[in-house]
Design a protein around this ligand. Structure first.
Ligand SMILES: Cc1cc2nc3c(=O)[nH]c(=O)nc-3n(C[C@H](O)[C@H](O)[C@H](O)COP(=O)(O)OP(=O)(O)OC[C@H]3O[C@@H](n4cnc5c(N)ncnc54)[C@H](O)[C@@H]3O)c2cc1C
Length: 447
């Protein structure tokens, strides 16, 4: 039988995030020898792939596992996001009328936070783990309307929250920009780069990590899978594996699965340098808080514990998996303006970096979890909660592959779905770009 071979694109060497200096974003392991045969191949060392690797180490310590990533760990979305570990249902999930479903999502997210908390403590991962909760903020009427919807969803599942008015928001954030916010206590803020680097440095003994090793050819074969890897020095090596976990989020269609069902979309963030002592005196808010927008099209904002401001907003279609320099320039200007509008007294504080990051999105907002073909597993389209959902998904994909049953596995299957098909180009590009522009225009008062 002939098997189709796929030649996945190598994720681009785009502008890295500003969470850490670029000279810290280097491969963790570019030397370990790669064998020819493995029980498991995990592609992608983001939060999904790393969580799968840790789980495999727990459950099948005798198996041989190879974890590869085309870029240094922390380069991709998992190391360049806003660092919210969210416990509550988010964005599109809030629209769902079924309280049982909302509770299942919450249980999965909370279990992910507790696993990550246990891992960071046991493995000594210093990632500024901050169990400070978060604000869900609104700027104008559109946002306050959505805040009410958020409160209604929380009421439905009996979750506690506190509604803050403009002055109470200002006391925390040092800005009167927000008309109000809903505080919920369960979210944890982290430095995402340090979290994933820590998880990658502390892998179980039976996992070999090679970052800066891209899968450039992939195919199913009798009884398993074959992959060709391109290493940093340009050499190639062939490996085979019995089972494969794709922790490749937006790149998954490159491997021949979910084609025409998931879209690579990009969102952008900027971070300032740390405030100086004089700037801290001018800043009237607290340190170490985070705000997500009540309107999904709005702005995420953070003040880190070491005094850096982070801002994230804007979405786009990213068929090449990266931001153009033009878009990065436009976004950097918009982020400067966004910070100045919120913190006029800090208008002199330079942004040290602006970057884009690519995630997958489905047309019907369904999150995928499962076996895509016999022996190959993936989870995609996390809708803004990838850090917690990716953690749960990575671990539970392993459980699924090993035939282990649990309530958590039943829950994640129940709340996941099948991404609907997306029409081919040119309708795809036009439709997606048009839809995103419309969302941005509708949300303009909340950006
Ligand atoms: C700016 C920004 C802010 C965000 N903020 C948050 C937030 O605060 N909280 C939250 O929960 N989520 C947030 N997200 C979303 C979150 O980052 C993602 O949902 C999550 O990181 C996805 O994790 P993953 O491991 O599945 O995929 P990724 O982290 O994207 O990892 C996929 C990996 O696959 C590798 N890969 C792909 N192709 C190949 C190949 N051919 N060979 C080898 N390796 C390959 C890539 O190099 C990459 O490292 C944000 C995203 C962005 C961009």
């Amino acid at each position: 039988m002939a098997y189709a071979s796929h030649t996945p694109v190598i994720p681009p060497l785009d502008r890295p995030s500003g969470w850490r200096p670029a000279d810290e974003i280097v491969p963790i392991n570019e030397v370990s020898e790669i064998g020819a045969n493995y029980d498991w191949l995990i592609v992608g060392a983001g939060i999904t792939g790393l969580s799968a690797a840790h789980r495999l180490g727990e459950l099948v310590p005798q198996d041989r596992i190879l974890l590869v990533d085309a870029r240094p760990v922390g380069w991709g979305a998992s190391g360049r996001n806003s660092g919210f570990l969210l416990d509550l249902p988010h964005k599109f999930d809030l629209d769902h009328p079924d309280a049982t479903r909302l509770r299942k999502i919450m249980a999965l997210n909370r279990s992910a936070i507790s696993v990550l908390g246990e891992q960071t403590e046991r493995l000594g991962i210093d990632c500024d783990w901050s169990p400070v909760g978060k604000l869900q903020g609104a700027v104008r009427e559109r946002g306050t309307g959505m805040m009410r919807k958020f409160c209604a969803a929380l009421d439905k599942i009996g979750e506690p929250y506190e509604v803050l008015d403009r002055q109470s928001c200002a006391a925390i954030m040092g800005t009167e920009y927000y008309a109000g916010a809903v505080f919920t206590p369960g979210a944890v803020l982290v430095d995402p780069f340090l979290l994933v680097r820590g998880l990658a440095r502390q892998l179980p003994e039976n996992v070999t990590l090679r970052d800066d090793a891209a899968v450039v050819e992939f195919s199913e074969k009798a009884g398993g899978f074959a992959a060709e890897l391109r290493l940093a020095d340009g050499s190639t090596v062939s490996v085979s594996a019995n089972k494969v976990i794709l922790g490749t989020d937006p790149y998954t269609p490159e491997f021949g699965y979910m084609k025409d069902r998931i879209l690579p979309t990009i969102t952008y963030a900027s971070i300032t340098r740390a405030l100086t002592p004089a700037e801290r005196k001018r800043y009237t808010g607290k340190m170490n808080w985070g705000l997500t927008p009540a309107d999904a099209g709005g702005t995420t904002l953070r003040m880190t514990s070491d005094g850096r401001l982070l801002i994230r907003n804007h979405y786009g279609f990213a068929p090449n998996y990266k931001a153009s320099s033009r878009d990065l320039g436009k976004v950097a200007e918009a982020h400067r303006q966004g910070l100045d509008n919120r913190f006029p007294a800090l208008a002199n504080v330079p942004i040290s970096s602006s970057w884009g990051g690519v995630v997958s999105l489905s047309r019907n907002h369904a999150t995928f979890f499962g076996e895509m073909a016999p022996g190959v597993y993936s989870a995609n389209c996390y809708n803004g909660v990838g850090m917690t959902r990716g953690t749960s998904s990575g671990r539970l994909l392993v459980d699924l592959a090993l035939g282990r049953s649990s309530q958590a596995l039943e829950d994640i299957i129940a709340v996941s779905g099948r991404p609907s098909t997306i029409p081919p180009d040119p309708f795809r590009s036009l439709g997606v770009s048009g839809r995103m522009k419309l969302v941005e225009w509708e949300s303009r008062s909340e950006i």
